[in-house]
Design a protein around this ligand. Structure first.
Ligand code: SIN
Ligand code: FE
Length: 286
């Protein structure tokens, strides 16, 4: 059962880390990301360019994507995302300090669009329960740990659903439908053509299939035990989105920070999806 753990900064990090690894969502109800006065005009879907659904920021290079802003407003937006990247890192340090030694801080995103009205193909529709997997960015067995903060200026909650099934139970149900792959040649072609950044491993292929099979299975979507979750404005939450079944149903204006963590950085590495899948499928997935 996906557990929501109500936490506060200063709670025992070993307990919170264990809860994360057991499929819990750590909810920090009163942990807002304080916006600067000059940033308020940026909390608006008008900052998007074209068809983008996120404004994304790379903390290592400072590259900002998904926005049509220019000049001074662009720099203000970049600085806002950089501030959120630092904020999210501080939260991780409080909740799971042992992760900082091995966690890679990846993309930061700002999500000013309303989630409930997006018209997307089922595969891209995050209103359907899923575990996260990145088609273009193989993570090769590393965990996807995400920090979110709802900054909705009107005080509106973000609405999620969480599946009750553990990753292991979910993966066991879908395992008979998993095809092995990609073979080494296909993986190197995908990489050479820059369809993937890095090599897509058998683990990545299995996770992409679980992501798609779950979303495309209407019986599973309607029938799997699940709960609705309100994530209030001013709250932050942390969750392993590669193993916790989740769906974002409604809400507007959230920040998100992705960390990638090798299983060896976990308190209990045997709880990583790669280890669970290797046991279920009885083959190495590296
Ligand atoms: C997701 O990871 O499925 C989307 C989460 C969100 O934007 O609230
Ligand atoms: Fe997701």
């Amino acid at each position: 059962m996906a557990q929501v753990i109500e936490a506060r900064l200063g709670d025992d990090p070993h307990r919170l880390t264990a809860a994360l690894e057991d499929g819990g969502l750590i909810l920090l109800r009163d942990t807002p990301f304080p916006l600067l006065e000059a940033e308020r005009p940026l909390i608006d879907p008008a900052i998007f360019s074209g068809g983008s659904k996120n404004v994304s920021y790379a903390p290592d290079t400072g590259r900002l994507g998904g926005t049509g802003l220019e000049g001074e407003a662009l720099e203000r937006c970049r600085a806002m995302l950089a501030r959120y990247a630092a904020f999210a890192r501080t939260l991780l340090q409080q909740v799971a300090p042992d992760y900082l030694a091995t966690a890679e801080q990846r993309r930061t995103s700002f999500r000013p669009g309303e989630v409930s009205v997006r018209a997307l193909s089922p595969r891209k529709d995050d209103r359907l329960l899923h575990v996260d997997a990145f088609p273009a960015n193989p993570n090769q067995g590393r965990r996807i740990l995400r920090v979110f903060t709802n900054v909705n200026p009107e005080g509106r909650a973000r609405h999620w659903r969480l599946g009750d099934q553990s990753f292991e139970a979910f993966a066991r149900d879908f395992a008979p439908r998993l095809k092995s792959g990609p073979d080494a040649l296909t993986a190197s072609v995908l990489q050479a053509l820059k369809i993937t950044k890095g090599r897509r491993t058998p683990y990545d292929a299995a996770m992409l299939q679980l992501h798609d099979l779950g979303k495309l299975d209407a019986g599973f979507q309607a029938g799997t035990p699940q709960q609705e979750l309100e994530l209030p404005a001013g709250a932050s939450w942390i969750v392993y989105t590669d193993s916790v079944l989740h769906a974002a149903m409604a809400g507007q204006h959230a920040f998100e920070q992705t960390f990638l963590l090798p299983p060896s950085g976990m308190a209990a590495p045997e709880k990583a999806p790669i280890r669970i899948l290797e046991r279920l499928l009885d083959r190495p997935l590296a």
